[in-house]
Design a protein around this ligand. Structure first.
Ligand code: WTA
Length: 651
């Protein structure tokens, strides 16, 4: 698609009074570039500090010396900033609207006063289990208020939470408990989703078989379903919360103390524990939430992500609550009981800002717009997207049917590593182009580099890999337990820059267009998946000799998972085995990693040194095998014809 022909969408009426208008954006962005100390020194004051910071920025992107510190001598507590400080003015304001999976179950409106009590009680339960400052707590919970209580309770006592998405398998959970060295895992009996139930407690039981027997298991009895109970290890959280004090003094934390670890997939090896700080992260989450969504007092904000992903951390919990907002927590799925559920919830709670992923928009678009038209969406002022590039067709459907042409669409590009929005329109300041994340947020200095020479490409238009030239407060600080890996992953290939792993184009207006990952990470329904992880799950199966996994274009998921599998000698490739392998991967990682297509590959295209040429596998999976490029370096070029003949994607 040529960007020259893309029409610009003007700033909609009603955004004249936005937090930032056209001039504000220009002025503040320039200031954030020219004087980051002054700019962020002022922005840091949006939080309450127990001891104010005297230093603002102390960062170094040089490989070997990478060190990122913001507000480094400041002392604060994140739970105080998200809860206590709002009590004088907002004790009776709703902090969280909990919308359960089943629409017949009444929603809960949890006020700031109630949130405060629950967070304090949960914090005291953690203390009573011996959790101390700096200890890790794994949270494996569905989208229920207790997930928010648990996060903020950890923050209150200075423990570091690490949420594991409730769709992950016992193995994936065990790996994260072990890598983080968690003392406690918090889970629930079962998790209702789309009318079905996931057995979280029994998944946790299975995971804990592979963990130290000192790990305690705190169980939220959410549905009341029967579960096994291990005396001495399992604790009934709700019951304990009744018996502890409703007051737990907040622990003064250094701005650079970790607030949480969140595991995410990379191109190699096992998932990395992304470490976020207390001060800089919270400043950045709060500020982006306010400006990008133009959040104003009294607005009802709904981000449909799961708290298991960074989007849920920053824009269900930390950003909104730091701003004293009302945030919606939705337990269900967009398509149950029918494809109108999102819109029913928007109408029911009079949602003002709605933030979701392109994959959900495409799935709902496929069900027809009548599901939207049935509901009164007049409360909506702004729409957002995140997680993957949005195709213009989905953008227009979202704009026309959901936003009725009146709501700006903020297409927010960012990553687990960045903590918050990096490239995004500000609704009162930037005209949008469908499919473009538009312009950088304050303090963010994008750079497009040539992938082969690592040189900066200046001027517009430009195309290459996306890097960021200087630090911002929400940036991850390290990989949990492995600073060397942090430096190698993000700072080695393009010296002096943070490398995002994304490809990018900048058009003649200076607008950024993310073109997708340039590494071996694929984006399936907005979820990040390392192809190496799926490969190691496949080869762990006794009948599999070798596996290579690539992404291919998928109409709803964005990218689908395409696996080439070489079987052990003498094993018959059958349909049953295909089904078995899909099930196997679900068991090893979780349903989000299920291969969509498995092709039996008697041989893989390898170089003479034995390296699989993924470029070729990608092309065949994309059904674009006409232009395979140079294959003369292959050890056995004839395997390519075999793979093309038996390709699984002929769309
Ligand atoms: C992709 C999610 C295009 C990108 C917050 C990035 C996007 C990865 C967008 C991070 C967007 C996210 N347009 N691509 N608006 N937002 N991405 O860590 O490839 O789960 O590197 O963070 O998602 O995924 P993650």
């Amino acid at each position: 698609m040529s960007t020259e022909t893309v029409e610009k969408h003007a700033i909609p009426a009603g955004f004249e009074q936005a937090h930032a208008g056209v001039e504000d954006y220009r002025r503040l962005y320039a200031e954030s570039m020219d004087d980051p100390e002054g700019f962020w020194g002022r922005e840091g004051l949006r939080l309450d500090w127990i001891h104010p910071y005297s230093k603002v920025k102390n960062t170094n992107f040089n490989f070997g010396e990478v060190s990122i510190k913001w507000f480094e001598d400041g002392i604060l507590n994140a739970s105080v900033n998200c809860v206590d400080r709002h009590l004088p003015a907002r004790a009776n304001q709703t902090a969280i609207i909990f919308e359960p999976d089943d629409p017949r179950t009444p929603a809960q409106h949890i006020t700031y006063a109630q949130l405060s009590e629950s967070v304090n009680r949960m914090a005291n339960v953690l203390l009573s289990q011996g959790v101390m400052r700096g200890d890790r707590v794994v949270i494996y919970l569905p989208m229920i208020p207790e997930a928010a209580y648990a996060m903020l309770a950890c923050a209150r006592i200075g423990a570091i939470h690490s949420i594991v998405f409730a769709g992950f398998s016992p193995d994936a959970l065990a790996n994260r408990i072990n890598d983080s060295g968690a003392k406690v895992v918090i889970t629930a009996d079962t998790a209702p989703r789309g009318g079905r139930r996931t057995a979280l407690k029994s998944n946790t039981d299975a995971a804990l078989l592979h963990c130290s027997d000192r790990v305690r298991c705190l169980v939220v009895k959410h549905t009341g379903d029967q579960t096994t109970w291990v005396q001495g290890r399992d604790v009934d959280v709700k019951e304990q919360m009744k018996h502890v004090s409703p007051d737990c003094p907040p622990r003064p934390m250094n701005a650079e103390d970790p607030l949480f670890v969140l595991y995410t997939s990379g191109s190699t090896g096992k998932p990395k524990g992304v470490v976020h700080s207390t001060g800089g992260y919270l400043v950045f989450a709060a500020m982006t939430h306010q400006y990008v969504f133009d959040y104003k007092d009294g607005d009802i904000f709904w981000c449909t992500a799961d708290v298991g992903w960074v989007t849920g951390h920053s824009y269900i919990i930390y950003g909104p609550l730091a701003n004293g907002a009302t945030t919606v927590m939705f337990e269900g799925v967009p398509t149950w009981p029918d494809a109108g559920r999102f819109w029913e919830v928007c109408a029911k709670h009079k949602v003002n800002q709605f933030y979701t992923a392109p994959t959900a928009i495409r799935a709902l678009m496929g069900k027809g717009s009548e599901f939207v038209e049935k509901h009164d969406l007049s409360s909506l002022r702004l729409l957002g997207t995140v997680g993957e590039p949005i195709n213009p067709e989905a953008w227009h459907w979202y704009n026309d049917h959901v936003g009725k042409g009146k709501c700006p669409i903020v297409d927010t590009w960012w990553q687990t590593e960045t903590g918050g929005h990096m490239i995004t329109p500000l609704p009162g300041a930037v005209e949008t182009k469908p499919g473009s994340a538009t312009l950088p947020f304050f303090g963010v200095k994008p750079a497009i580099l040539d992938a082969s020479t690592a040189e900066l490409i200046e001027g517009d238009p430009a195309e290459g890999v996306l890097c960021i030239a200087d630090s911002w407060p929400g940036q991850m600080r390290t990989v949990w337990g492995d600073h060397q890996r942090f430096m190698e992953t993000y700072f080695q290939q393009y010296p002096g820059y943070y490398f995002t792993g994304d490809g990018c184009r900048r058009d003649e207006d200076g607008y950024y267009w993310i073109t997708g990952r340039v590494d071996d990470v694929i984006n399936v329904s907005g979820h990040r998946m390392g192809t190496a992880e799926v490969e190691s799950a496949l080869v762990a199966h006794e009948k599999v000799a070798e596996a290579a996994v690539v992404g291919y274009p998928h109409p709803v998921k964005g990218q689908g998972i395409y696996a080439y599998v070489t079987l052990m000698n003498g094993i018959e490739p059958t349909e049953e085995l295909r089904t078995e392998l899909v099930k196997w991967v679900r068991g090893e990682i979780g349903p989000i990693a299920s291969p969509d297509l498995i092709q039996w590959a008697p041989g893989m295209p390898k170089t003479r040194s034995g390296k699989i040429m993924r470029r070729i596998l990608r092309k065949i999976a994309e059904n674009d095998y006409g232009a395979l490029g140079d294959i003369s370096t292959l050890a056995e070029p004839e395997v390519v014809d075999e793979l093309i003949d038996n390709r699984m994607n002929r769309g």
